[in-house]
Design a protein. Structure first.
Length: 221
């Protein structure tokens, strides 16, 4: 697997301003270091235990992004160092992140995860819930949290029209909040959507952060 080569090909394809989080779940330190040696620093993990274990074994200047479901009782393990949480899926979780961030004298960048796929999922705000939360959001109530935007995953399907229409729903809400002039629009500048199978469509629909695993590291076992 030519990890560095795969990564460079992807970079060439992404428009300027679109960031890439390399999803390192299930990958060992030597694979991750091949990517690190290209200069890439944004890495994503979906499990707290795996994330903290890797963080301790890898260089300290990696910016770790949490991209998977986060249980409230595990926030404290990542609050001291996490650079971005993409998977904020409840108000309860925001409150806990806020509390743990303050304990660590930090402000943690967060994205609200919105459920846009047709597949059943326990996780994520509905579009309506996210919209209501953001319309009533006052940054002063959560001094440890910066709501930077939205994250979503499209249905796992070959039908690109379904994928596109789901991404369009998310980018519609993103634009609406961004242009609203509401307090929530202050720091609202990131839209995390697109994985190995659908990142091209996501970028066409306005993604600012793609989360890519298999296209860099190969298929997972
Ligand atoms: C695993 C994962 C990805 C990356 O998936 P690939 O298909 O390997 O690119 C992106 N986002 C989330 C939330 C994931 O869990």
């Amino acid at each position: 697997m030519d990890i560095a080569g795969n990564y460079k090909n992807l970079l060439k394809e992404l428009p300027e301003g679109v960031k890439m989080v390399a999803v390192t779940k299930t990958r060992g330190p030597s694979a991750i270091m091949k990517l690190y040696d290209t200069g890439h620093r944004l890495m994503g993990e979906n499990r707290v235990q795996e994330l903290t274990a890797k963080k301790d074994r890898l260089p300290g200047d990696i910016q770790w992004h949490m991209i998977g479901h986060l249980q409230s009782n595990k926030v404290r393990y990542i609050a001291p160092f996490i650079s971005f949480i993409h998977s904020v899926d409840s108000v309860k979780l925001i409150k806990v992140i806020n509390k743990e961030a303050i304990k660590n004298s930090r402000i943690i960048d967060c994205l609200l995860q919105v459920h846009i796929a047709t597949e059943e999922s326990k996780f994520g705000f509905s579009v309506k819930e996210a919209s209501e939360f953001l319309n009533n959001f006052t940054p002063g109530s959560y001094p440890g949290v910066r709501i930077r935007g939205l994250m979503g995953m499209a249905t796992f399907t070959d039908n690109s029209e379904i994928v596109r229409s789901e991404f369009r729903i998310l980018s519609g809400l993103f634009k609406e909040i961004r242009e609203s002039g509401l307090p929530a629009s202050n720091d609202f500048d990131e839209l995390s959507m697109g994985m190995s199978g659908d990142y091209r469509i996501a970028v066409e629909e306005g993604s600012t952060i793609v989360r890519i695993g298999s296209l860099i590291f190969g298929e997972r076992e």
